[in-house]
Design a protein around this ligand. Structure first.
Ligand SMILES: Nc1ncnc2c1ncn2[C@@H]1O[C@H](COP(=O)(O)OP(=O)(O)OP(=O)(O)O)[C@@H](O)[C@H]1O
Length: 901
């Protein structure tokens, strides 16, 4: 029943200045419906906005409700839907208007109170239900349930009448205002709010409270009417520069602003008559779809914050509100909308109705949507209207749909029982029938009950299926495929299953077993009761496995089946290992293997793999492990010789393959610590092996032993060389005949030498004489040390040669280099160190990166550091200056000195 075009009503409300705000005259209500606002671009000019009503800061909540909201609430009782939503920037007073406070209740409490008052006045029995949800970051959450962060948002759907609803949303039936209030207060606590710079309790979501009233008309009996009221508190648009939102608040804010932007686009599209209205672009507009250009009555309360600070926002809000006034709705009265009820309700109602019909209960009226006048309390709702006249003729039309089911094919009908009449049993007529009709009546009654039961169980099943789906929808955004299958009726499931079966059989006949298997499995999903099919699938699975194994062996070659996770064609380190013979009989116990080996005796082939694979007949293949083999294996394990990981299939598996029999070998396994495991079977390590395996292993062991012997010798040689060098260096200087006067450097000469020469640097080392002391070993020391140096070098060379190391290591080479690069000699270790220091300083003060890098422990970075320091701060006088100037650790300084050691 359409009631013609109806424009969206727009009401403007200006909130009072808050204590923290500075009052001004930038926004003012001029008349009942005119609002004057300073032009934000030119404060000398004003802009005037016209709305259906305008309320200033001094107008209370009751007035607004009485003047504008109450008439809209009344329309519910004509079976219409109405929506009231508050719009405005953050802190403009939306929540205050719609929700209010304890002392100043807002629209929601007033409207609900009004509905209950209306109910008391009315003769009808109203079924009042509420649902309450929020749209937070584009996801819908049920506020009547405690917030569960693991749950995804609820989906928004369209029913058969193209009405939008939230699937899986809970509804609560309320019978008094007090009950509503306690539920509402608790649910409001679940709403997400946060403190921002502009509002201490800023709503971070759009909140929608729906009150649904349903009742049955007593004039047009059988018609159930439903009126709905949606009360919406939209979150406010936010300028993040002003709110100074953090990361979390920003994410919320962008979701809010985006949905409000879409709201603007929807209004624009409606006003311009666009072919596409972008309702679906945001959850909020999707929900408001019916109220903006739909079949609901719509009212928008525009909340405005006064003051210059909000002037720009106020102008934007009012411009949007003006546009919204042009939106036209086409409200209609809604008759019975049972499909909106949750499956649980429908099931409950249905069960109640069925029970009522069979005389088990008379509580239908309390749980179901079908309401009756209070005066009919004791009467079963389905018996209210009889489809038959007293004379047994069929009513041509009308009557409750449920009652219509009482009519039978043969034109006979039964008048169902009234529960108020306890003497009448179910199925019995309330009216006496002619005698000859008794028999017919009984037969008909029996038939009727049979049909009722069938219908009842089918309906129950459908209801239960729908309930399961609704639950799934409520708990997760994704539907399980099994639930989707659950949607089908048994007949559809069987039909679908047959379709899959047909294809599967065709594929099996063609020999495409894998695909056939997949099709059979799919068929089983739809008809899990088919036991034979299950057995067939098992068989087919085994066949597919065998087929795969055969093709794998054919492609890899039976003699070279790899184990482990190696990728075919990719060479790994294991490839270099020798082959590991895998001998068949893994599943057998070690005892049985032993017996077999004993029986075969010494006729073990030396190269079984080659032989067996080349032959068509199976051959005995278990070489008895010789003592030597056992010892070798143990030694190999001990020495950590890498275990070969390549496997060759031998034994009856390979032989069977060669002989054309069914192959039962194993292609997957792992080798660990010389044991090969395949599932639960573990191969005895000593069964693994053949002559060539053992000899290969022995060879490797020998090689390993050689290598370690060489290494030990080399190490010994090195350490003795080092010891020798130390001894030489530690020996005290013995001045003697080798004294060489020309090597004596007079003090004055050194002092004048600023070339950075080692001795000069050594002299500069400090001390009481200021470094002017001549080197103590200068009396012929050079000759002596030169001799020692030569001796050391010779010794080292000799030792190196003795080490019989044909491949000298880098370290020994370095050592030799170090010996040949020994600095100017001196007589004692102390003096030698002095010279080392001087040499190091000489290289350092050269400020040549390449030269500096020759010092041990100095890389390019450090060398550059040193260079920069020398260039900036002058030469380094003492080696310890490196510590103070460049924060070098003493370890590093020692390393530098050791360059010359
Ligand atoms: N008419 C009014 N009378 C008195 N105080 C008001 C009025 N309107 C709003 N306020 C006060 O202004 C402040 C902000 O109001 P409210 O929280 O309702 O704003 P809002 O528009 O819902 O903001 P947000 O969008 O951030 O949730 C509150 O402290 C509220 O008490």
């Amino acid at each position: 029943m359409s009631l013609g075009g109806h424009k969206v009503k727009v009401v403007c409300r200006v909130r009072p200045f808050l204590k923290t705000e500075k009052a001004d005259n930038s926004v003012a209500v001029e008349a009942n419906n005119v609002l004057r606002v300073n032009n934000p671009r030119d404060s000398t000019k004003d802009v005037k906005f016209n709305f259906d009503s305008c309320y200033g800061p001094d107008i209370d909540q009751a007035t607004i409700y009485r003047n504008d909201v109450r008439p809209l609430v009344e329309t519910m009782f004509s079976g219409m839907s109405a929506t009231v939503f508050c719009y405005g920037v953050t802190g403009a007073g939306k929540t205050h208007t719609i929700q209010g406070t304890e002392t100043e209740p807002g629209i929601i409490p007033r409207a609900v109170e009004h509905i209950f008052m209306h109910q008391e006045r009315d003769p009808y029995d109203y079924d009042i239900r509420i649902s309450y949800y929020e749209i937070y970051k584009e996801a819908v959450f049920d506020l009547l349930k405690p917030h569960d962060p693991t749950l995804a948002g609820l989906p928004i759907r369209e029913d058969a009448n193209r009405k939008i609803f939230v699937a899986g949303l809970s509804e609560k039936r309320v019978t008094s205002y007090e009950q509503f209030d306690s539920i509402y207060q608790k649910a409001s606590g679940n709403r997400r709010t946060a403190s921002t710079k502009l509002n201490n309790h800023s709503s971070r979501s759009h909140a929608i409270l729906t009150v649904q009233v349903q009742w049955q008309d007593d004039i047009s009996v059988g018609k159930t009417w439903c009126g709905r009221l949606h009360l919406i508190d939209l979150a406010g648009s936010e300028d993040n520069r002003r709110t100074e939102n953090g990361k979390d608040r920003m994410a919320e804010s962008s979701a809010i602003n985006r949905s409000l932007f879409v709201l603007g686009q929807v209004v624009e599209a409606l006003n311009t008559g666009s072919s596409r209205i972008p309702y679906r672009d945001s959850k909020m507009t999707r929900i408001l779809q019916d109220s903006l250009g739909g079949e609901s009555l719509g009212m928008m309360i525009v909340n405005v914050a006064p003051g210059e600070a909000f002037l720009q926002d106020t102008n934007n809000t009012l411009n949007f509100a003006t546009k919204s006034r042009e939106v036209v709705n086409k409200p209609v009265a809604h008759e019975v909308v049972e499909q909106r009820w949750s499956a649980a309700d429908r099931l409950q109602h249905h069960r109640g109705a069925m029970a009522g019909r069979t005389g088990k209960s008379s509580v239908v009226a309390c749980s179901g949507p079908v309401k009756r006048r209070r005066s009919d309390e004791t009467m079963d709702v389905v018996c209210d209207e009889s489809p038959v006249h007293d004379d047994g003729t069929l009513t041509s039309s009308g009557g409750h749909p449920a009652a219509r089911r009482h009519v039978l094919a043969g034109g006979q009908a039964v008048r169902p029982a009234r529960h108020s009449d306890s003497s009448i049993k179910p199925g019995q007529s309330a009216m006496p029938l002619p005698r000859q009709a008794d028999f017919v009546q009984r037969a008909v009654t029996a038939k009727f009950h049979e049909m009722e039961q069938k219908t009842s169980s089918a309906s129950n099943e459908i209801m239960e299926r729908v309930m399961r789906i609704e639950q799934q929808l409520g708990s997760s955004a994704r539907l399980d495929s099994s639930v989707v299958i659950d949607l089908f009726t048994p007949a559809t499931k069987l039909k679908t299953s047959r379709g899959w079966l047909k294809h599967a059989r065709e594929l099996e006949q063609k020999g495409d077993l894998e695909k056939a298997l997949a099709h059979y499995e799919e068929a089983l999903r739809y008809a899990p009761e088919l036991n034979k099919l299950e057995a067939h699938i098992d068989k087919l699975r085994a066949r597919v496995r065998r087929q795969k194994r055969r093709s794998s062996i054919a492609s890899h070659g039976a003699a070279n089946v790899r184990v482990g996770n190696q990728q075919p064609g990719k060479k790994t380190a294991d490839d270099d290992c020798g082959p590991l013979w895998l001998i068949d009989g893994l599943a057998e116990s070690p005892g049985a293997e032993k017996a077999k080996r004993r029986a075969r005796g010494p006729t073990v082939p030396s190269k079984p793999a080659a032989r067996v694979l080349g032959s068509a007949a199976p051959q005995p293949l278990f070489p008895a492990p010789t003592k030597a083999a056992v010892a070798t294996s143990k030694a190999a394990t001990k020495a950590g010789v890498p275990v070969p990981k390549r496997v060759k299939l031998l034994g009856s598996s390979a032989a069977a393959l060669a002989g054309g029999r069914k192959f039962s070998g194993i292609t997957e396994g792992s080798v660990h610590d010389r044991r090969i495991s395949f599932g639960s079977s573990v191969l005895n390590p000593f069964v693994v092996g053949g002559d060539d395996f053992d000899s290969d292993l022995q060879q490797r062991l020998d090689r390993k032993a050689d290598v370690s012997a060489v290494r030990t010798k080399r190490l010994e040689a090195k350490s003795s060389a080092a010891a020798r060098l130390n001894r030489i260096l530690a020996e005290p200087p013995t001045p003697g005949d080798d004294r060489n006067d020309k090597d004596f450097v007079p003090h004055s000469d050194i002092e004048d030498d600023d070339s950075g020469d080692v001795r000069a640097a050594a002299r500069r080392r400090g001390g009481s004489d200021g470094g002017r002391r001549a080197l103590p070993g200068s009396l012929g020391v050079r000759g002596l040390v030169e001799q020692r140096r030569q001796q050391a070098a010779e010794g080292l060379e000799k030792e190196n040669a003795q080490a019989a190391c044909t491949h000298p290591t880098a370290k020994s080479q370095k050592q030799s280099r170090a010996v040949s690069a020994l600095p100017e000699p001196e007589a004692s270790l102390e003096q030698f160190n002095e010279i080392a220091q001087a040499s190091a300083l000489q290289m350092i003060n050269s400020a040549d990166v390449k030269k500096i890098m020759k010092l041990q422990g100095i890389g390019k970075r450090r060398a550059e550091q040193i260079q920069a320091s020398v260039q900036d701060q002058g030469p380094i006088v003492h080696i310890c200056d490196l510590q103070t100037r460049l924060q070098f650790k003493s370890k590093l300084i020692l390393a530098i000195l050791s360059t010359f050691a």
